[in-house]
Design a binder for this molecule. Structure first.
Ligand code: ZN
Ligand code: ZN
Length: 195
């Protein structure tokens, strides 16, 4: 069954091949939380401040509509590129700054239909990362973390050997299709955990 990556209002649409992902992981890092706050969209995080991410080789993902609505931000000058739909602020994917690195983290909340997402990538919550900054008790999954990490490294190296073309968020030269809007220090500080 084909999977779609889509924004809430439906203007941006993409197709995702349901092949093996690097991992499906819930990330409890402060950056993912700051980003969810910046988007001002409810429902992106679990009760402990975690974001459910499907990490995958971007060759499995392509846009089918609304590429002109795709926007890019970064929390800091060297931070991940965080791609979202400008129409309704739905997150679409996180990538490294170098488009030749074959990695994209797709927010599971933006993938549909949910049953097919679970069938293709496994259920949420098997791998938990950055648990030290969770908001509440979350048990680390060190073995899954290691295995999944190796799978990511192998996937990226394999893509480089195959000279895979840059991901859907980048042009043929590996440049991002949008210049990222980098948050100013004060705005960034206001988004991080308080208290
Ligand atoms: Zn939208
Ligand atoms: Zn994170």
């Amino acid at each position: 069954m084909a999977l779609s990556l889509r924004c809430e209002c439906g203007q941006v649409e993409g197709a995702v091949e349901p092949g093996p992902a690097y991992t499906r992981a819930t990330c409890y890092c402060r950056d993912c939380r700051a980003y969810a706050r910046w988007l001002e969209r409810p429902g992106l995080m679990d009760a402990r401040g975690g974001t459910d991410i499907v990490a995958i080789n971007p060759r499995a993902v392509r846009f089918t509509a609304g590429v002109d609505r795709v926007a890019c931000m970064s929390l800091s000058p060297g931070g991940l590129l965080r791609w979202y739909a400008s129409c309704c602020r739905t997150p679409l994917g996180n990538t490294p700054r170098d488009g030749r690195i074959a990695y994209v983290g797709l927010p599971a909340a933006s993938l549909a239909p949910p049953a097919a997402v679970d069938a293709a990538f496994g259920p949420a919550g098997r791998t938990l990362i950055n648990t030290g900054s969770a908001q509440g008790e979350v048990k680390a999954t060190p073995v899954a973390f290691l295995v999944d990490g190796l799978r990511i490294v192998a996937g990226i190296l394999g893509a480089r050997l195959r000279r895979q073309r840059p991901s859907l968020f980048f042009d043929a030269e590996g440049q991002p299709i949008r210049a990222p809007a980098v948050l100013a220090q004060a705005e960034r500080a206001s988004l991080y955990d308080r208290g």
